[in-house]
Design a protein. Structure first.
Length: 154
């Protein structure tokens, strides 16, 4: 890690090595003769994300937080509505089950899509909300089944 980066990479190129250090060179950064391999790795890891993510962070910083959350909610419910429409049209599910499943699928899709609030906070909320609804429904069904068994109504 303390070897000079350019001389090590040039030596690998001269020997036509199958593995060079070119993939470590961060875009837009100058690597001089004194820069070590460890310094280049630190620069590469410090640079965050793709250009689209950087652009989205800059743009979302200009939007007030209330409108960012509103945009995120609209994005989440858009995907939920798409999955709900698909499940109701192409399956014989009832509205309750289709809504729970579409909320879960909407949350999973929202987790992996770029949104207006960088970070995991809003992704966690939109993913845990449907999971919480499913767990509550599961608990209520189990409790109702236990009551029927207890009072002999089966």
């Amino acid at each position: 890690m303390q070897l000079p980066f350019r001389s090590a990479n040039d030596a690998l190129h001269r020997e036509s090595a199958p593995f060079t250090l070119d993939f470590l060179i961060p875009g837009g950064a100058y690597v001089d003769e004194k820069t070590t391999i460890g310094d280049v790795i630190r620069i590469k890891l410090k640079k965050s994300g793709r250009p689209f993510d950087t652009f989205l962070r800059v743009v979302s910083g200009q939007i007030p937080p209330r409108y960012r959350w509103l945009g995120n909610a609209v994005l989440f419910f858009f995907w939920t509505l798409c999955f709900l429409s698909f499940l109701r049209v192409f399956t014989f599910m009832g509205y309750g089950r289709a809504l729970r499943i579409s909320l879960l699928f909407g949350g999973i899709t929202y987790y992996f899509m770029p949104d207006f609030s960088p970070g995991l906070g809003d992704d966690g909320v939109f993913l845990l909300f449907p999971i919480l609804i499913i767990l509550i429904r599961f608990y209520l069904v189990q409790r109702n089944t236990d009551k029927k068994k207890l009072f002999g109504k089966e």
